[in-house]
Design a protein around this ligand. Sequence first.
Ligand SMILES: [Zn+2]
Length: 101
Amino acid sequence: MEFQRLEQLKAEIGNASPDQVLDLQDVIQAVISQQVAEIALARRTQSRIQSKTCPHCRGVDVVLHGKDKNGRQRFRCRGCRRTFNILTGTPMPGFAVMRQT
Ligand SMILES: [Zn+2]
């Protein structure tokens, strides 16, 4: 979804009635359960962007470094010059999210 469209949607949700909000909550909950793995990765990505900590040297001079072949954010540490993604240091660094259909 485009950024502008999402912002419009958020503004429209602000005008929804209580019944409509409950309906929307059900829709969002269903989407969350369908996309649980993707959402967990998105949370990890946002957390990494905020903490800017290198998993190799614990340095904090970390910059965004494009996306990998699975579309995940990559990072580069200016301290040790190594690159990593949000799964580096976990048991599944090459994990590719499978979409549930
Ligand atoms: Zn580092």
